[in-house]
Design a protein around this ligand. Structure first.
Ligand code: ADP
Ligand code: MG
Length: 221
């Protein structure tokens, strides 16, 4: 489904260039659940953004279902992202002045889904135990509940690929477990998942692990 070929990303930092990714070759099959782990600064977020079509590598290619996504026009790359990728961030980026329902609905609208999504949104929220919270604004929800709305927003358009960046970073243990089992369920429904984390307790969640160190893959299992 996704192949990266010798991907590098060099940022120009105040103290000279930072080689955030340094020759990453990674192949992800449809239906995989890959856990990418590594310490802070090892390049995890950079890799995830490159995989999601959000960050152009300095060199190398990211090929998704046959398309070199950074050779596509900006418009086509944006379409690909909207239709096929769901992002879950450590910071949830919910819009504070919209209800949970409208935060989720906005994501469907932006992805180009037409019509009334009431039933779809209620169904996904119910699966996440949030069916009775849809009228709340983010400030009226606990952190764990906000995360579930962010997850609902990411998966509601049924994207093939879910990219999650330190998704349990702001959650307590119980909510982290709820989240982990939900993600496994999504994977069993056929979705491809790439989760990056420095939390070792998540390593067993996927079917594969990839270890990053200083922008290089230092181990796989
Ligand atoms: P991780 O997610 O594993 O913590 P990142 O991918 O965020 O790692 O960052 C990898 C390296 O690149 C770090 O040294 C970080 O400081 C640096 N970096 C990340 N983003 C930028 C940026 N926009 N400008 C300069 N340096 C950056
Ligand atoms: Mg990061």
């Amino acid at each position: 489904m996704i192949q990266t070929h010798n991907v590098t990303k060099t940022y120009s930092g105040a103290e000279g260039p930072v080689h955030a990714l340094d020759g990453v070759d990674l192949s992800i099959q449809a239906g995989d659940f890959v856990v990418v782990h590594g310490s802070s600064g090892s390049g995890k977020t950079t890799l995830l953004q490159a995989l999601g079509g959000m960050l152009r590598p300095t060199s190398g290619t990211v090929v998704i279902q046959g398309d070199d996504i950074y050779a596509l026009s900006t418009v086509r790359r944006g379409q690909y992202r909207k239709r096929h990728v769901g992002f879950i961030f450590q910071k949830f980026f919910l819009l504070p002045y919209l209800t949970a329902f409208d935060n989720i609905r906005l994501s469907m609208v932006l992805r180009g889904h037409r019509g009334n999504h009431k039933q779809t949104i209620e169904d996904v929220a119910t699966r996440l135990g949030m069916g009775n919270r849809l009228g709340h604004r983010p400030s009226q929800l606990s952190v764990g509940e906000q995360q579930r709305i962010a997850v609902a927003r990411a998966i509601v358009g049924e994207p093939q690929l879910i990219l999650a960046d330190e998704p349990t970073g702001n959650l307590d243990r119980k909510n982290a477990e709820v989240f982990a089992s939900f993600l496994s369920e999504e994977n069993q429904r056929g979705r491809t998942i790439v989760l990056v984390t420095h939390d070792e307790s998540l390593l067993d969640l996927g079917n594969r692990t990839v270890q990053l160190r200083s922008g290089q893959i230092s181990g796989t299992a």
